[in-house]
Design a protein around this ligand. Structure first.
Ligand SMILES: [Ca+2]
Length: 324
């Protein structure tokens, strides 16, 4: 049976590394590459951390590309600086060299190339803004038919957004950050015929990262991926944190955990509501993850983090150093 082809496009937040790690544990997926969009991160450490994670998990043949697109409403620097912290975690720095290749071309051009060369349509797993996808579509409209679907963490349909009014003057609190960073690009993707499966705040608000769950990761920390995941979640435990990107990505592993619901929507691109994904009759049809079996989801990620069926070159290096 051939594997499901996936191209990941993440934007370098703590959650994005965890989503990438989860994707790498899925045996039925062939990951064609990882594009990093410079949104919820500083791009240099975000690309570096991504490549080190691929090294650690034994996937250093998968290329990583740096997107050079720009958004309209930047993420707060307080969020973005987490990329520096993750890039400096000890478990990701046991070797002085990084083996996972950095693509010479831009992330948007890499996306076009991967899609054109793919033997069958590809699922785009997008856990950041849709800007890189929109720019790729503008440069190469022919790739639309090579995108099987887009699974996107983004949007807020019937709940408030997470762009706080107090932080961002001049908007009404209805937007979700990934849409708000670049509403025009989200609207560009909305103009296509591509199947959209959204993981909106409506669902993620119900799936918090709990202290109990992070502590469970600690109890299986002899598995290096669980150790790394626990370290990452410990960073964000003081704030209200939810399974955003990880919940969206787990859909590829176990779609049967989720109930989808179809909505007609439009993206507001200007004014106080810019970045809002508004439910409107006659709007663009999308599917949204509506409900999830939370117990099954929590059990699934704990199980995947302790997966021992992968090679961990970083761990081998550490053992060798201890012996010599
Ligand atoms: Ca993200």
């Amino acid at each position: 049976m051939s594997k499901q082809l996936v191209l990941m496009d993440h934007d370098g937040g703590v959650d994005d590394y965890l989503a990438t790690m989860l994707l790498l544990t899925m045996d039925h997926i062939e990951l064609l590459g990882v594009v990093v969009t410079p949104a919820d991160c500083y791009i240099q450490p975000a690309v570096s951390a991504t490549r080190k994670i691929l090294d650690l998990m034994g996937f250093s043949h998968i290329p990583v590309a740096e997107s050079t697109v720009r958004g309209i409403n930047p993420f707060p620097s307080l969020y973005r600086r987490d990329s520096f912290i993750v890039d400096h975690l000890p478990i990701l720095n046991q070797s002085e060299t990084i083996n996972t290749p950095l693509v010479a071309d831009t992330g948007q051009n890499f996306m076009i190339k991967v899609l054109r060369e793919a033997s069958q349509p590809v699922t785009l797993m997008v856990t950041g803004p849709l800007t890189t996808v929109a720019v790729a579509l503008d440069k190469a409209p022919d790739i639309e038919t090579k995108i099987q679907k887009i699974v996107w963490m983004g949007g807020a349909l019937n709940v408030f957004g997470n762009v706080e009014k107090s932080l961002e003057a001049g908007q009404d609190g209805s937007a979700e950050w990934n849409a708000y960073w670049d509403p025009v690009s989200a609207a560009r993707v909305w103009q296509t015929q591509i199947e959209m499966i959204m993981c909106p705040l409506d669902l993620t608000n119900n799936v918090p990262v709990t202290s109990e769950l992070v502590q469970k990761m600690g109890r299986q920390r002899h598995y290096p991926i669980s150790d790394l995941a626990g370290q990452c979640y410990a960073l964000v435990i003081p704030q209200d944190y939810y399974f955003w990107d990880v919940l969206a990505t787990a859909y590829l592993g176990h779609p049967e955990f989720y109930q989808l619901r179809e909505w007609e929507t439009k993206i507001i691109t200007t004014g106080l509501s810019q970045g809002r994904t508004q439910v409107v009759s006659g709007g663009r049809k999308i599917s949204a993850m509506h409900q999830v079996d939370k117990a099954a989801f929590y059990a699934y990620i704990l199980q995947q983090w302790q997966s021992s069926s992968y090679r961990y070159p970083g761990i081998t290096l550490r053992s060798a150093a201890a012996v010599s």
